[in-house]
Design a binder for this molecule. Structure first.
Ligand code: HEM
Length: 396
């Protein structure tokens, strides 16, 4: 008897471990149709990779989260929801402020922060490696990078946390999250206004000063409102995802103590281990798109105007691409995975995420070369944008 493959992205029972069903999709229904929620899904590496590189056919401009997609093209400065050429212009402007050099210069600060967070607690006072560490690092780092003054950082971080608050049935659409977003938006707008009056050496100032000259000589700059939306995008895209990465790293290394021991003995292997964590448990495993023209997969036509989910988390486990894809192997030696997406929307913060992930793992292992995780206290979170641990107490 053939049992039809059914994948429902909202099914709680599949969230803990979607990999078996994603494997069935890859093997049995590489083009999957879900009538109930009206979407198609691609799960094989080559298909997801090609679709991510084709923003003309696979548009981001109707939204990239299934339940938040719109019938009409979105406007505004949220570049993740724009197609070229509007996307290209904004991305260039933000990239002027968010440079690889600026990111590399943060390493010392990130390390000091990690050490302080790990050092604050006595050895046996159960550290929650996500709530007390993995989630704190990116929120603090992005606040520092943007130029939030030290005296405001605790409050900003409290609202960053609040902005991700979830409630049953309504998810992120709840009053606590909305109030924190409003607070952050007003705060960042105020900070930008003060930079207009007097620049500082920080990313908020750089965002306002970045300029782009088009072929016809016209000059583009960001106004305070657009710069504020983009700063909020960096906060939202760069906090939850990195928290999940650090949580997955701590979890997977606890499950593979031999591989962890190899990293402790030779920390130069940590960057490769971070790539393997990203491949094996991709923190942001699903990206939605809308087709602008009919496309044919495996003999079936996906009409123009369809919602298509690109399962980059499933593609990263595709045996056609990665031998023994279901084996976690810190020595695998690949960075060609799709955890950061691909093509024009390739994660703008990838270098920062890699830096934070590497330093957080190095410092965790330096402090706790051997630990276990407490399954009783572990809480897995799976929203429409991220999947990973929200709470993960260490046993040391
Ligand atoms: C492990 C951590 C991270 C993961 C797994 C991740 C994943 C992703 C993915 C999959 C995309 C592509 C979305 C799409 O194709 O629709 C993306 C885009 C983006 N990410 Fe990240 N991200 C991470 C960290 C960060 C950080 C630290 C920042 C910045 C502080 C950041 C900022 C962005 C921005 C601005 C975009 C939109 C780029 C564009 O539309 O051109 N991300 N990220």
């Amino acid at each position: 008897m053939i049992i039809e493959v059914g994948w429902d992205p909202f099914d709680e029972s599949l969230k803990a471990d979607p990999h078996p069903i994603w494997k069935r999709l890859r093997d049995e229904e590489p083009l999957y149709r879900n009538e109930r929620h009206d979407f198609w899904a691609l799960s094989r590496f080559d298909d997801v990779d090609a679709a991510l590189r084709d923003p003309v056919t696979f548009s981001s401009a109707y939204g990239t989260v299934l339940e938040l997609m719109t019938e009409h093209v979105q406007t505004g400065p949220l570049m993740i929801f724009l197609d070229p050429p509007e996307h290209t212009r904004l991305r260039r402007l933000v990239s002027r402020a968010f440079t690889p050099r600026g990111v590399a210069e943060l390493e010392g600060d990130v390390r000091n922060l990690c050490r302080a967070l790990l050092g604050d607690r006595g050895d046996r006072h159960g550290l929650d490696v996500v709530a007390d560490y993995g989630a704190v690092v990116p929120a603090e780092v992005i606040a520092t990078l943007l130029g939030v003054p030290p005296e405001d950082r605790a409050e900003v971080r409290r609202h960053i946390d609040g902005s991700f608050h979830l409630e049953p049935d309504v998810g992120m659409a709840n009053p606590t999250a909305a109030a924190s977003w409003t607070w952050l938006s007003e705060y960042i707008t105020d900070q930008l206004r003060s930079r207009r009056a007097r620049r500082r050496d920080d990313m908020l100032s750089d965002l306002l000063e970045a300029q782009l000259v088009d072929g016809d000589g016209s000059v583009h700059r960001l106004g305070v409102d657009d710069a504020s939306v983009l700063a909020l995008l960096l906060i939202s895209a760069g906090t939850e995802t990195v928290a999940r990465l650090i949580g997955w790293a701590a979890f997977l290394l606890a499950r593979h103590p031999d591989q962890r021991a190899a990293l402790v003995a030779d920390p130069s292997m940590v960057p490769g281990a971070v790539e393997e964590v990203l491949r094996f448990e991709s923190p942001s495993p699903v990206q939605a798109r809308r087709t602008t023209a009919p496309v044919v997969y495996y003999g079936t036509t996906v009409p123009a105007g369809s919602k298509v989910l690109l399962l980059n988390g499933a593609a990263n486990r595709d045996e056609r691409r990665f031998p023994d894809a279901d084996q976690f192997d810190v020595c695998r030696g690949t960075d060609l995975h799709l955890a950061f997406g691909y093509g024009v929307h390739f994660c703008l913060g990838a270098a920062l995420a890699r830096l934070e992930g590497r330093v957080a793992v190095e410092e965790l292992l330096a402090r706790y070369p051997e630990y276990d995780v407490d399954p009783e206290g572990a809480v897995l979170l799976s929203t429409s944008t991220v999947r990973g641990y929200e709470r993960l107490p260490l046993l040391v």
